[in-house]
Design a protein around this ligand. Structure first.
Ligand SMILES: [Zn+2]
Length: 433
């Protein structure tokens, strides 16, 4: 059965190969096909080196058994695929971040010996997704930075993308859902989120992907696998903290990425509110946090809360039996993000498994049961789904009398279940069909 699925993947990749945009993209697709046929991980590496080096294409994709986010052991990868095209206008923003990548690295709060002397190969762009597949469908990521292998990132570079149409759609739906009115502390916070939420989310994702993941280096002799099952959430923390720390840097307004530091404040509000309160609505009562990004956000929010307690940097406030968080000092919070970034980078650079474990287990896994019950009941009243998903457009090629494709007709279906049934009918090879 598994073999049949691989056959299908290869079938479609061969079609893609025939319409590759360049010789290099064709070569890369050939390697990917070869890997699916042989299951040889060396070929997978070769493919990734080729893929990472192919930057500047107007149409690109990801395809493979890639991320291990869903496995707390960090061993099993899920299959995912995305086909995308470049958003040229918005990519100017990521170009600006990339141009300044070395400046950010040189000014990071990380111990100088763990900074990168030369930041290379961060190819960042903003894309629009044309089709989601596997683990990216229907709940899509907002940013993607690949390949994951450290040695490929060092030697061949990496590609980093922000998914613009997905981010925009999410923001538009979130407004007017009643979510902010329920969970934000006051009207000022709501206003900031409405005004700057889209920009601040996009920038956070850009910085997380383009410079966060690309920053830092290991100490000589450190085993890149030393952090084992904690590697994935710690890596996400490193990238998030890098983005959070620099969002409030005057450099951001100086180079024209933000009009003022209000978008940064909106990001801080949102990040703490989510990591401390709202993300737990995705988890069933009595369960721990297991997903890597969620462990990351919980660890960061709880760590800075704890470290900033003496100065009352973040305050937990009860109002009419409902819990809120309020940030009292954005500047100090930025300092705490910097302190934590320094420590997380040290853990990664030195492969300090114990410290990494303590940070995640101490701040990122457990949920206060009373708070959990409260959050679930407040959330239930809003009648919202904890994850949002997307349906794929239906694309039909238009051909001329010679059979040459001249256009593609795009239609949207509005029914997720209908789309799943349709996929099952047309593409499934399971005996049930
Ligand atoms: Zn990431």
């Amino acid at each position: 059965m598994y073999g049949q699925a691989i056959d299908k993947i290869v079938y479609w990749l061969e079609k893609a190969r025939d319409v590759a945009l360049s010789e290099t993209q064709r070569k890369e697709l050939d390697l990917l096909i070869q890997y699916y046929r042989s299951a040889d991980l060396k070929t997978w590496d070769e493919y990734n080196v080729e893929w990472a080096g192919n930057t500047g294409l107007s149409v690109d994709y990801i395809n493979g058994f890639i991320e291990t986010y869903g496995d707390p052991m960090g061993m099993k990868a899920t299959w995912e695929a995305v086909v995308d095209y470049k958003d040229t206008e918005a990519s100017k923003r990521t170009a600006l971040i990339t141009e300044n990548a070395q400046w950010f690295e040189d000014h990071s709060p990380v111990d100088p010996q763990y900074r990168k002397e030369k930041v290379t190969g961060v190819a960042a762009s903003v894309i629009n997704v044309a089709m989601l597949g596997g683990d990216c469908y229907p709940a899509s990521p907002l940013g993607i930075n690949l390949p994951n292998s450290n040695w490929i990132r060092t030697e061949a570079g990496s590609k980093s993308v922000t998914l613009a149409n997905i981010t925009d759609a999410k923001d538009i739906v979130a407004r007017g859902s009643g979510f902010l009115e329920e969970f934000a502390f006051d009207q000022a916070e709501i206003d900031r989120a409405v005004k700057y939420g889209s920009l601040s989310d996009a920038l956070h994702t850009d910085m997380h992907e383009c410079i966060g993941h690309a920053s830092g280096k290991l100490a000589p002799g450190t085993d890149p696998n030393a952090l084992k099952n904690y590697a994935s959430p710690l890596e996400e923390m490193r990238a998030d903290l890098f983005a959070l720390y620099f969002m409030m840097d005057p450099k951001m307004t100086e180079i024209g990425l933000m009009p003022s530091d209000e978008p940064a404040k909106a990001q801080y509000d949102n990040y703490i509110r989510n990591g401390f309160l709202t993300q737990i609505v995705r988890i069933q009562p009595g369960k721990d946090i297991e997903q890597a990004h969620m462990r990351c956000r919980s660890s960061i929010a709880h760590w800075v809360f704890e470290k900033g307690k003496a100065d009352n940097v973040i305050e937990v406030i009860k109002r009419d039996g409902r819990t809120f968080v309020r940030i009292n000092d954005y500047g100090k919070l930025r300092g705490l993000f910097g302190d934590m970034l320094k420590e997380v980078q040290r853990i990664k650079s030195e492969g300090d498994f114990e410290a990494g474990k303590n940070m995640i287990e101490g701040f990122g896994v457990k949920i206060d049961p009373d708070l959990h019950t409260e959050m679930l009941s407040r959330y239930a009243k809003l009648n919202l789904a904890p994850y949002s998903g997307f349906v794929n457009p239906v694309m039909t090629p238009v051909t001329d009398s010679n059979g040459k494709i001249t256009d593609v007709k795009i239609e949207y279906c509005s029914d997720y279940l209908g789309q799943m049934m349709e996929y099952g009918k047309n593409y499934s090879f399971l005996p049930a069909w």
